[in-house]
Design a protein around this ligand. Sequence first.
Ligand SMILES: [Zn+2]
Length: 462
Amino acid sequence: MQIRVQVTLVEGDQEEVHELGEFERGALSFETLGLTLEEGKTLLGRLQAVLIEEQVSRQLENVRPCPECGVQRRVKGHHHVLLHTVYGDVPVNSPRWWRCACATQSGTFSPLSSLMPEHTTPELLFLQTKWASMVSYGATVNLLEDVLPMGKTLNAETVRKHVHRVAQRAEEALGEEKTFFVDGCQQEWDALPMPNGPLTVGIEGGFVRAKGKGWFEVIAGKSILAFGRDQLEDQPSSKTFAFVTTHDQKPGRRLFEVLRSQGLQQNQTVTFMSDGGDNVRNLQLYLSPNAEHVLDWFHVTMRLTVLGQMAKGLPKDIEALKDVPERLERAKHHLWHGHVGQGCQELGDLETDLSSVLDRSRAELVCLRKMEKYVVEMIGYIGNNKAYMVNYGERYRAGERISTGFVESTVNQVISKRFVKKQSMNWTPRGAYLLLQIRTRVLNNELEDLFRQWYPAFRTAV
Ligand SMILES: [Zn+2]
């Protein structure tokens, strides 16, 4: 059987037929049942070329007469533009016309440049950007080439540039950075309508391998709304955000906008939970008047667990260190109930004993020295964050969050899966920062809306 595919353009009673392609089918085999991927790509590519050529030439015909006097504008010349679309690269003949004699301005202009300000269509730009936020730039190219009749010009570098351009454009739309986002006064806040449920924001640092050498810090987090008053769906709003500490100029604004997109009101409770790192802690201040700052219990207990492991390796024959596990338990108990002073006292006593044993002993007790150092660090950590330590036991019994286990998975989702999967992946802070802005938007399901702000007819029903 011979199959001929044509497209018919109908305008009034005029019909114009274009041949798209022809192929053959012999005896039925499973492999050639229906349209093959390659045939589909070829046909779509040709259809795209026909459609674009017709759309462009009709548009040019329509706008050729001068809007003032109706005289056809003269052609100065033309050049070819290669338009990159989801169904291949299509050459477009872009003319240059003389302005009409009746116009105030003289010279020439390009009638297509306002219609096609870029050479990649919004749909293709969207696909490249979206996929590149999930898999590597190279894998994005492979994926698109696998399923669509991509043009030969597509490569990983192009995709990277497009991602950066989209992210940069989104960044420019972000408001200015401030140190203080709280607005209004208590009286105004009291007059606000009943707010939505509390927001819990978990923030955590992670590391990404730098191009050249070393690592740099990336902060990721998630904001979860307990419930919305006028929301019918059970799924509460949950949004991720991320930035590169050394590069981001607007971390406060970024976080503030995330909270605002979840409907943050100044009379709404916001609980910030963090791992206690300085960068993370400073960021969350001044975003809301009803903010509560809590040191994530997970990070306290993680450090205690490390100490517990170290205690197992201590020499058994030292009297002063016989009850270290019990002492650690007591420290944990105090910290759990918000008795920070007593917890630190317990750890301080332990540190004293460890160092006095070290002083007396002539043997090189590596494990002891290591543990002593870690206890000192732990005391420093608690000291730095004591203002953010709460009665975890009481909160826990009241059913409130004491830990950002949900952030651990966010860091994994936002950073690890795309940035540190392979040892060979190296990043510049700027490259990581721009890609993160796309990635969090994709994870938050916001990229399509962003594109619609720039291209109003993008993916809307025709
Ligand atoms: Zn004119």
